[in-house]
Write a protein that binds this ligand. Structure first.
Ligand code: F6R
Length: 259
């Protein structure tokens, strides 16, 4: 794991933007895995800026989102489809038919999940997956106790996640109880990953995910077993890491060729 600590979410976003731009320059038809929620928003602003100011083109890329609530239509303002259209897709030159988000309104959820896995495989697999982390350690919506080998499937959200996500809805009761999410195994198949976390609220779980034991009770900790993971966090989210000085020293002294 490479742990990158920067003062602000915007600086973290600019590093991610550069990584994605380099990926697309080397492979214009790259496959990106995307996340929703508050955490990736600075990155999406940065990608929109790079498109606008630097002409970075997304016209050949394919995207797969991690998850979607069950029961919300794509035009519901709290659906992840709506979020992605608003925060990223409408701001760049991506082709709508190259974007994929699980259909939370599918009649047959099981075949929707199998089809999603198949679509990821048919695309050649995810080159770079962007992740946030839940305060309970979830990635995607793989809640504590999820199988570390799981594939795309239906999950029930924990009370903690429902509480955390209630801020996007009018009240707690409106938060759907179920979702479709890529599994931990699906996420781990990505060639490389960026895990973002910002703010003091994420400091405890970042220290567990990065420096604690690998455990299904902290699904993000499985990333310790992946060879190409960057954890990009602001100072506040990094504040409970034990090896903080070492991570900073590694980053500052990184040889140019490693970039
Ligand atoms: C969203 C997702 C979740 C979020 C996590 C953090 O697609 O998969 O794992 O990344 O719940 O959410 P925020 O960023 O809102 O704190």
């Amino acid at each position: 794991m490479e742990i990158i600590i920067r003062p602000s979410p915007e600086e973290c976003a600019s590093i991610g933007g550069r990584i994605i731009a380099n990926l697309i320059k080397g492979k214009p038809d790259a496959v990106l895995g995307l996340a929703t929620g508050s955490t990736p928003m600075p990155l999406y602003c940065e990608l929109a800026r790079m498109h606008e100011d630097e002409g970075l083109s997304f016209s050949e890329i394919t995207t797969f989102n991690l998850d979607e609530y069950i029961g919300l239509s794509g035009d519901h303002p709290c659906s992840y489809q709506y979020f992605m259209n608003k925060e990223l897709f409408s701001r760049i030159d991506i082709r709508a038919d190259s974007t994929h988000i699980p259909n939370g309104e599918a009649d047959d959820i099981e075949s929707e999940c199998l089809g999603y896995e198949q679509a990821i495989r048919s695309s050649g697999g995810i080159d770079l997956q962007v992740l946030g982390i839940g305060s309970d350690g979830h990635i995607g919506f793989n809640e504590p106790g999820s199988s570390l080998a799981s594939r795309t499937r239906i999950k029930t959200l924990t009370g903690k996640t429902i509480e955390d996500n209630a801020r996007f809805f009018d009240n707690l009761n409106q938060v759907p109880r179920h979702c479709i999410t890529m599994g931990v195994g699906t996420i781990m198949d990505s060639v490389s990953l960026i895990l973002y976390a910002f703010g003091e609220r994420k400091a405890d779980i970042i220290s567990k995910a990065v420096e604690g034991p690998v455990s299904a009770m902290v699904p993000a900790s499985i990333l310790q077993l992946h060879p190409r993971v960057r954890v990009i966090v602001d100072e506040a989210a990094a504040s409970k890491l034990t090896n903080i000085d070492y991570y900073k020293e590694v980053y500052v002294n990184k040889p140019d060729w490693q970039e």
